[in-house]
Write a protein that binds this ligand. Structure first.
Ligand code: ATP
Ligand code: MG
Length: 558
């Protein structure tokens, strides 16, 4: 991977460069810290490219850390998928870590905070804690348990761990400041009692540490130098710093925030994506319409295309709402450079070549990619009948039409110039087939006496094979499906805005090479778009292609 592949000139790079120049660190260490409660999505791809990219640019390290502190929602399946997605994007972590590996250490730090008089066991309910927290304009109220002796808190905390108390009956809270302007500093809860089976620690623990306490200390334990997260954690930074400073942590990491990616006509929240899966609006997390990394992979998006997208959206603190065409543009650019070409006819009309003479017809070799001779070439040869695209013929052409009409000519891609002499229709007037003739003098050269403007793709009916093609459209009909409010101000359920026509399956004709392809082969179907053989359902006997993206931006005009 090239260092230029990553977003440049952003504020986090300036901070890192300054830290390295000042010898604050010899080497930077970052981490990508997903919670394994769902599959990764396009927003995570931005964070992955940032964290792994920085480590790559500055010869540092990036850990993959699972922030697994909510046992009810987490699973090994999610851990597996996350590892697979990060690797597929092209990154390798220095170390694979789990916040749950630090539970014992975190517990010891908590005891030390109690002993220093900086934490106490509270017996208020969650509701009471919330009520007494105060508001932005009003200070909170001290819990009646706030000033209990340290020894008493220590004894209760040990008994919490030992399982003596019911779920939710006690918490451990930091003793900071109930009148702090920043609500996060008003004695936040750092441990709760929860008898839940954990995907890694099993039933060993019945108390679990909270995110704000766990995250900063996990960073400190791993000697993370730059802990990068999204802007909603900005107001948590004082707490992050407080915790790191008040325990005897092995290092002092710092948190930096950037704005999260929001993709229009899409959703970037694992919880909401999970809802789509659970309610079966999609076939699974890796449905090709999903903005998950595994969905985009199955759709035919490429790692290099996604990295290019991440570079283009950039890193900053200002709003990062991005149009789908930025994503599709990056994918298209990578595929245009790298995907071989073939011809396919999605909606055929049969054409009979009336002056066909097998002894005179010559084949022509055509490269699989115009700029990559190493991809090889194949011979394309007319047969007596061929398929062309229904859209490439018109009885009554609109203005500016360059494709086929009765009495008109087009160039068959990589072959002869062909003239349409007659159209055969059924009783209702729809086109059944065409009768055409070719000009034998036009293989590889233009006719001398006239200009033929249109070029269309085609297939010989002799050796074209059938394939199933899945045509995808956007999943939602609203640009911000999860931000629409009803008259009374409530959020409307975003599943109301699912596009009922987001998938269409058709049968098409395609070059015979389709019979030899492994899953996940990326191709350009000339004049139509980029397609990929389905990662799971495609077999050489029964080719199945997913349309990744059309050749040009079709979003603007919609
Ligand atoms: P979700 O709401 O989808 O669960 P999250 O932020 O809770 O998102 P985590 O698994 O905690 O998901 O995120 C792992 C990392 O990815 C975090 O550092 C988070 O800030 C980052 N991240 C998540 N969503 C986005 C996004 N839309 N844009 C950029 N970074 C993101
Ligand atoms: Mg989360």
């Amino acid at each position: 991977m090239n260092k230029e592949e990553f977003a440049d000139n952003h504020f986090i790079r300036s901070i890192i460069e300054e830290d390295l120049n000042n010898q604050k660190y010899q080497q930077i260490i970052t981490r990508f810290p997903p919670e394994p409660n769902g599959y990764l999505h396009v927003g995570h791809a931005k964070s992955i490219c940032l964290n792994f990219g920085l480590a790559h640019i500055y010869d540092g390290k990036c850990n993959l850390r699972f922030d697994d502190t909510n046992p009810e929602k987490e699973s090994d399946e999610y851990v597996r998928s996350i590892k697979e997605d990060v690797k597929w994007l092209g990154f390798q972590w220095a170390e694979e870590r789990y916040a749950s590996d630090y539970f014992e250490q975190l517990y010891q730090y908590a005891e030390s905070l109690i002993q220093k008089g900086l934490a106490y066991v509270d017996e208020l309910s969650a509701d009471e804690i919330r009520e007494m927290r105060g508001t932005l304009t009003q200070a909170g109220t001290d819990s009646p348990y706030r000033n209990r002796p340290n020894d008493e808190s220590l004894d209760l905390f040990r008994r919490m761990r030992a399982g003596e108390f019911a779920d939710g009956s006690k918490t451990l809270r930091l003793k900071i400041d109930m009148s702090a302007g920043n609500l996060n500093m008003r004695d936040p809860v750092i441990y709760r009692i929860r008898r839940a089976h954990h995907h890694r620690t099993g039933d060993k623990w019945c108390i679990y540490p909270m995110y704000d306490y766990t995250h900063c200390l996990s960073d400190a334990i791993e000697h993370i130098t730059h802990s990068i997260c999204t802007l909603e954690f900005e107001a948590h930074r004082p707490l992050y710093d407080w915790v790191v400073q008040h325990v005897d942590a092995p290092s002092e990491p710092h948190q930096y925030e950037f704005s999260r990616l929001e993709l229009l006509y899409s959703i970037t929240s694992k919880r909401k994506l999970n809802q789509l899966v659970q309610q079966q609006h999609v076939s699974g997390w890796d449905d090709p319409r999903m903005p998950t990394i595994s969905g985009m992979r199955r759709r035919g998006y490429t790692p290099a295309g996604l990295r290019l997208f991440a570079k283009r959206v950039g890193i900053s603190k200002s709003e990062n709402v991005v149009d789908m065409d930025v994503l599709e543009g990056a994918i298209r650019e990578d595929l245009s450079n790298n995907a071989p070409r073939l011809m396919a006819v999605l909606n055929p009309i049969k054409v009979e070549i009336t002056n066909f003479d097998a002894t005179r017809i010559e084949g022509k070799t055509a490269p699989y990619h115009p700029e990559k001779p190493e991809y090889g070439e194949r011979e394309l040869k007319l047969s007596q009948t061929i398929y062309i695209e229904r859209d490439d013929f018109a009885i009554e052409p609109p203005k500016g039409w360059k494709r086929l009409i009765v009495g008109g000519e087009v160039r068959l891609r990589h072959s002869y110039v062909m003239k349409c002499d007659e159209v055969v229709c059924d009783n209702s007037g729809s086109v059944l087939s065409l009768k055409c003739s070719i000009d034998y003098d036009t293989l590889g050269k233009n006719p001398e006496d006239r200009k033929v403007k249109g070029v269309i793709h085609w297939l010989p009916t002799d050796d074209a094979i059938q394939a199933n093609i899945r045509l995808y459209d956007r999943l939602f009909t609203e640009p911000r499906p999860d931000a629409v409010r009803s008259k009374d101000g409530e959020y409307v359920d975003f599943t109301k805005f699912l596009n009922p026509n987001s998938i269409q399956t058709i049968k098409a004709w395609i070059e015979p090479i389709a019979k030899t392809l492994p899953p996940e082969s990326h191709w350009q179907f000339e004049r139509l778009g980029y397609f990929v053989t389905d990662r799971f359902d495609h077999t050489p006997d029964k080719p199945i292609f997913n349309r990744t993206v059309t050749l040009r931006d079709t979003w603007q005009k919609k």
